[in-house]
Design a protein around this ligand. Structure first.
Ligand SMILES: Nc1nc2c(c(=O)[nH]1)N[C@H]1C(S)=C(S)[C@@H](COP(=O)(O)OP(=O)(O)OC[C@H]3O[C@@H](n4cnc5c(=O)[nH]c(N)nc54)[C@H](O)[C@@H]3O)O[C@H]1N2
Ligand SMILES: Nc1nc2c(c(=O)[nH]1)N[C@H]1C(S)=C(S)[C@@H](COP(=O)(O)OP(=O)(O)OC[C@H]3O[C@@H](n4cnc5c(=O)[nH]c(N)nc54)[C@H](O)[C@@H]3O)O[C@H]1N2
Ligand code: SF4
Ligand SMILES: [Mo]
Length: 884
């Protein structure tokens, strides 16, 4: 059996083929060569999906206050709790907090329940933290949340400007499509606008290392430059836009002359002008942007300052030209279609527009409609904290980790009368605060649709049986709705019935008023739905082929059909650095992990690339903070603190530090970066400023460092600081501590408990604080521990290879006790290629010895980089480094 479905991670929306192997109990995952978003490619995360599918760690049964209950009891409890609180305190006292990882069908019923039946718009989503500035920018400029471009435009463009997007790591398959297009047409230019020199810069002709938060200066300056140098689409502006003069005036006044712009952006004037000239000289320009733009207290203005440059030059809705918001989550776009944000209605209609409200109420036959916008994510959790919202149902998101000022979020949930969480996994930080836990179906069990960054609707199809009592999210929502008394309106038997209702609403009294129209899919049969091929909306008529590009005719969706130049006055990030908090804390993603690691953290293939939380900073800033590469340090802001390992990768500019977002309490003692982030939001979109919080870095002194690799996970770790990651045959714990370093007694207790008769070998030098121990069970390595006062511990990659051996011979025993392989050749070094497990030492050796000059030659020699390609930028940088 082989099932076509869609990857559940990023917004690229790659087609996946899943082939369950019943005999082995595994699922083989490959890229779908017929899917028009990825043509068969998958990145490291997509390739490792098969490793995330077991029932181990799943939330399988409903619980109330920690006790397992029947599904019926749990659903009835939730419905009764919501109804009681609504009766006592009104509809606005309850809320849903949902996610861009729900399927469109789940999202549709969640939104319908709240806005049309409970009668409150208190349903918001983690897309508030992600896309809401892009949505707000699109609505201000175009009148509707429209992404005009498609992936093919990236290949057709002569210039791609990537703004605040680490595409190489966060949208890897799109990055590969861009890299391939550039290889075929080397004259194609790429600019990366990012304070960090990320792996994305690998294919860039120009890196523009702007100061954090200065993008509006950059694009206001560009607008003025384009105007001054005559790159103005006069006819397009006259016929299809309004407000150009005011936008130009504000841009000029607030950004100043080119020198002032360069200074505000922290750039040399020459580099600034080089970028401006490139932009001016290419008709086919795509400006693709993501979180470096959206996640800012000026996020919506950043978006509009970009759109203004495209409107001025008329480069929009054309092949290879336009602003392009790259979405993060697999169904961020679908969530927007159903109106999942607290300030939207459904099918791209507006909550505060009476005729839209009447239209939707009529269609839903709903008893009471929400009449004004609900609370946006950060406000919502503040209202929970203040006791104004008394019941919340959190679905498919982990806000205790992912919201800003996350310790306050934790406290808010502690105070809340009724917290319901539905998740597929047990043990998340948010689950820990739930009164009711509802087990949700996981990726392989779910059935429905998602929409990717290029408006392409693709099917997710189930290829596994439901685990335990887990049920699809739409089912859980409908069952609660029915128990709340809304039986007739939530009486769906399957995802298809919901989808066709959603499609019908998009076409209801539409007449071309709203771009989002998938009326052509409103009458598809259940079989046609099952077979639905990926298609880009709008799909206004039956058998319509879909719409790759929007806004081609210059007709926009505001009342007067014109696009609006939105004046964007510059303003600095909300909080400035000062002597107490001298560094800007920037947060974001790493290549092989997905958000809070509930899924990717289970795949051994993904754990080794960057196994620990870290603080990346400029070497001189590290020196000023009295910390150094490899040592632990504490990052502290006005809101919270964490401890992680310092790294001076060379990617960071002076003045800013970078901490990844993924680590949480389930996998580290103290590394939830959300707790440190300023909760200030953009005034228009409500999106938090995740990329700019003033912070300080101080040493975190410890007396000893160590790590443990063990086949049997350890329940309790006696260490001041720890982090845990899954390896192929073992759990890996990095530990460090104060006081006396652990020795023989500690290690034996931790290890030997499960294997009292096993063979224990150890080396101990108490005077030097060095301890090494290994447990062998029937000559196989069961576990090992290494402790030292310094961080110069043995290679984990070398040791992980010993775990793969059936027998540990005498030479290996000796090397275990010596703390290192007998020959350097046995140490592959830190992992670079996760698909084929190729380490840095192996790569460097082959590159040097065999004179390999291109990643292709490396691939032929070692296979590295030949599957998903996510490590190609790193391989290229190793080749470049060795060529120096
Ligand atoms: N591997 C992986 N991929 C993912 C995800 C994941 O968790 N892991 N998550 C998905 C999701 S939901 C999202 S939203 C996307 C996010 O995808 P991206 O937006 O590409 O990812 P981030 O790492 O959040 O941030 C992007 C870049 O913005 C830069 N930046 C910071 N401040 C500024 C600034 O002021 N101006 C500019 N121009 N740039 C700035 C940062 O240095 C960073 O390199 O990734 C998606 N893909
Ligand atoms: N500091 C900082 N914080 C950030 C960001 C940042 O750049 N910096 N980025 C923000 C952005 S862009 C995003 S998108 C968020 C992401 O943040 P979150 O949404 O909190 O992160 P996830 O780990 O993806 O959480 C998804 C949860 O849903 C569960 N889940 C997965 N599939 C399903 C399903 O089908 N049904 C149900 N019910 N549950 C499911 C997972 O197990 C997991 O617990 O983080 C935001 N937070
Ligand atoms: S690029 Fe990777 S994570 Fe994103 S959809 Fe494709 S395979 Fe999934
Ligand atoms: Mo996101």
């Amino acid at each position: 059996m082989s099932i076509k479905t869609t990857c559940p991670y990023c917004g690229v929306g790659c087609g996946v083929i899943a082939q369950p192997d019943a005999a082995r109990g595994t699922v083989n995952i490959s890229g779908d060569t017929t899917h028009p978003s990825n043509f068969g490619s998958l990145c490291s995360k997509g390739s490792a999906l098969g490793q995330t599918l077991g029932s181990d760690g799943r939330l399988l049964y409903p619980e109330i206050n920690g006790q397992r209950v029947s599904m019926d009891a749990a659903l009835t409890h939730v419905a009764a709790g919501f109804n009681r609180i609504i009766a006592e305190h009104g509809p606005d006292s309850v809320a849903l907090y949902v996610s861009g990882q729900l399927l469109t069908e789940d999202y549709y019923v969640a939104n319908k329940l709240m806005k049309g039946f409970v009668g409150t718009a208190n349903i918001d989503t983690n897309s508030r933290l992600c896309m809401s500035s892009a949505v707000a920018g699109h609505k201000r400029a175009f009148g509707e949340d429209i992404v005009p471009a498609c992936y093919e435009d990236l290949e057709l463009a002569d210039l791609i400007v990537l703004v605040g997007s680490n595409t190489a790591w966060c949208h890897p398959v799109l990055f590969q499509r861009i890299a391939q297009a550039k290889q075929q047409r080397p004259e194609m230019k790429i600019v990366v606008v990012d304070p960090r020199r990320t792996m994305t810069c690998d294919i860039a002709d120009l890196h523009v290392p702007v100061l954090s938060g200065s993008d509006v200066w950059l694009f206001n300056g560009l607008l003025a430059y384009l105007h001054e140098h005559g790159h103005v689409a006069n006819d397009f502006i006259a016929n299809h836009t309004e407000g150009v003069d005011e936008a130009l005036r504000v841009a000029r006044e607030s950004a100043g002359d080119m020198k002032q712009v360069a200074a505000a952006c922290g750039l040399e004037t020459e580099r600034l002008l080089e970028f401006y000239r490139m932009f001016a000289d290419h008709e086919r320009v795509i400006t693709a942007f993501s979180m470096g733009v959206n996640q800012s207290s000026a996020g919506t203005d950043k978006v509009n300052s970009i759109i203004n440059c495209h409107l001025l030059t008329g480069r929009i809705g054309q092949q290879g030209a336009g602003p392009f918001s790259i979405t993060g989550q697999p169904n961020a776009m679908g969530g927007r279609e159903v109106g999942g944000l607290a300030n939207m209605l459904a099918a791209h209609m507006d909550l505060e527009n009476t005729s839209h409200r009447d239209l939707v109420q009529d269609f839903w036959r709903s008893p009471r409609m929400a009449e004004r916008g609900g609370l946006k994510a950060v406000e919502l959790f503040d209202a929970i904290h203040d006791g104004k919202v008394k019941a919340v149902w959190i679905m498919a998101t982990n806000p205790v980790v992912s919201l800003p000022d996350a310790d306050k979020v934790k406290e808010a949930l502690r105070r809340c009368e009724l917290v319901v969480v539905s998740d597929c996994f047990a043990g998340t930080d948010t689950n820990a605060l739930a009164h009711v836990l509802l087990p949700a179906a996981g990726w392989g069990e779910k059935d429905g649709t998602v929409t990717n960054s290029e408006r392409r609707i693709s099917r997710q199809r189930a290829f596994q049986q439901l685990s335990g009592d887990a049920r699809p999210d739409w089912w859980l929502i409908c069952e609660v709705a029915r128990r709340m008394g809304f039986d007739r309106s939530f009486n769906y038997d399957n995802a298809h019935e919901i989808f066709v209702e959603h499609a019908a609403l998009s076409a209801w009294n539409n007449d071309g008023e709203r771009a989002f129209d998938i009326g052509g899919l409103a009458k598809i049969s259940s079989t046609e739905y099952d077979d639905l091929a990926p298609i880009q909306w709008p799909v206004p008529e039956r058998n319509h082929p879909g719409t790759p590009r929007l806004l081609e005719s210059g007709r926009f969706y505001r009342n007067n059909r014109r696009a609006r130049f939105v004046p964007t006055a510059t303003r600095a990030p909300a909080h400035k650095v000062d002597s107490e908090f001298p560094w800007v804390l920037n947060t974001g993603r790493i290549r092989d992990q997905w958000h809070t690691m509930t899924r990717t953290g289970r795949a051994p293939q993904l754990g080794a690339h960057l196994p620990e939380p870290y603080i990346d900073m400029h070497a001189q800033d590290a020196l000023l903070s009295a910390v150094s590469d490899g040592q632990l340090a504490r990052v502290e802001t006005q809101w919270g603190a964490l401890v992680a390992r310092v790294k001076t990768s060379g990617e960071m500019p002076r003045g800013t530090i970078f901490v990844p977002i993924h680590w949480n309490s389930a996998v580290a003692s103290d590394a939830r970066v959300g707790a440190l982030v300023n909760p200030v939001v953009d005034p228009v979109s409500g999106e938090p400023e995740f990329k700019h919080t003033p912070a300080r870095v101080t040493p975190f002194p410890v007396n000893w460092h160590g790590f443990v690799l063990t086949r049997t996970p350890i329940e309790k770790l006696d260490a001041t600081w720890w982090t845990a990651i899954r390896g192929a045959q073992f759990m890996r714990y990095e530990i460090a501590g104060r006081g006396r370093s652990p020795g023989s007694a500690w290690a034996r207790e931790a290890f030997q408990a499960n294997h009292p008769d096993a063979d224990w070998v150890e080396f101990s030098d108490p005077a030097c604080g060095i301890f090494r121990g290994a447990l062998l069970v029937e000559e196989r390595l069961e576990g090992c521990v290494f402790i030292s006062p310094r961080t110069d511990l043995p290679s984990r990659t070398w040791l992980s290879n010993l775990f793969a051996k059936k027998r540990i011979g005498n030479a290996d025993r000796a090397s275990l006790l010596n703390g290192g392989p007998t020959s350097a050749a046995e140490d592959p070094g830190p992992l670079v290629c996760s698909c084929f497990g190729v380490g840095r030492n192996t790569l460097c050796k082959a590159i040097a010895q065999d004179g390999l000059k291109t990643p292709q030659e490396v691939g032929r020699r070692l296979k590295a980089g030949t599957n998903c390609g996510s490590c190609l930028p790193e391989i290229k940088s190793l080749i470049a480094g060795l060529a120096k």
